[in-house]
Design a protein around this ligand. Structure first.
Ligand SMILES: [Zn+2]
Length: 279
């Protein structure tokens, strides 16, 4: 990433099931950059094919994680997340669950992903918004083979990018849980020194909770925003408060979500399609 010569720390087997066409599977090599400490699996030729495979079913935690990321995003956006004027781009949105949850909470979140079909997402296309208030990469960064380019692209759609990635321990060993050799899909790991390097190369400010949630911004980071990232409990607590307030609103018959609007849009589309068949 910073163009220093990286060296291998160790190699490990990627599950044979990923590479059903390759008997015995693949051998992955984990390398570390001596300068920025970025860790990566070099040349993961199996990666692209792995996303459409049945192996995604191994990701039991995906719903729990989507809900956690949705809460963090809502806490990060602050009180204004309770207005639908915020626009969020879900980059690499996968099955669209995060997008759906945010729209259900009234945030105009749009989905984009070159590899997946959004099972949960119904809504307007991402092209409809020129510039988003926030771009989000929920558990995407760990799949990237060219992080700088992917982050640059996300920041071309928004001044701010929030991404998640488990920060590796100082000494990564072959049994580190986040390597996930059962899927072979985790290929990039970001110590905070690597996040600092990404920010430097993109001319962005950054902050992090040092564990999982990270923010890049090309227009500076306010003190309040920094606090909500560095102390993630503040964002998550705020989201809990918004949940309670949202439930009270619903009990009083006030609906802030985009659910009904999206439902109407999908019904209109089906109606048009049927009408087209009749004609
Ligand atoms: Zn480096």
């Amino acid at each position: 990433m910073c163009r220093s010569a990286a060296s291998e720390i160790f190699s490990f087997d990627v599950a044979a099931a990923v590479a059903s066409d390759v008997p015995g599977g693949y051998r992955a090599s984990l390398s570390r950059c001596p300068t920025c400490s970025f860790l990566f699996v070099a040349d993961p030729v199996w990666l692209e094919g792995s996303f459409s495979s049945e192996l995604n079913r191994l990701d039991v935690g995906s719903v729990d994680r989507s809900l956690l990321v949705a809460s963090f995003v809502r806490g990060l956006l602050g009180r204004r997340s309770r207005r639908s004027s915020w626009s969020v781009l879900d980059v690499g949105g996968g099955d669209g669950l995060l997008t759906r949850v945010l729209r259900d909470h009234g945030i105009d979140c749009r989905w984009t992903d070159p590899y997946c079909e959004p099972a949960y997402y119904v809504g307007p296309p991402a092209d409809g918004v020129a510039r988003f208030d926030l771009a989000v990469m929920g558990e995407v960064a760990l799949h990237l083979t060219n992080p700088i380019e992917s982050f640059r692209e996300a920041l071309s759609r928004s001044d701010r990018l929030m991404f998640t990635a488990v920060v590796p321990p100082e000494k990564v060993t072959v049994d580190w849980w986040y390597l996930m050799p059962s899927t072979g899909q985790h290929v990039a790991f970001y110590p905070t020194t690597a996040i600092a390097e990404i920010a430097r190369r993109l001319g962005a400010d950054w902050c992090s909770d040092g564990k999982f949630f990270h923010l890049l911004s090309t227009t500076g980071i306010s003190r309040a925003l920094r606090r909500r990232v560095e102390h993630r409990e503040l964002s998550l607590l705020a989201a809990e408060l918004y949940d309670v307030l949202g439930l009270l609103d619903r009990a009083r018959g006030r609906q802030r979500s985009l659910t009904t609007k999206d439902q109407a849009a999908v019904e209109a589309a089906v109606h048009d399609k049927l009408k087209g068949t009749d004609d």
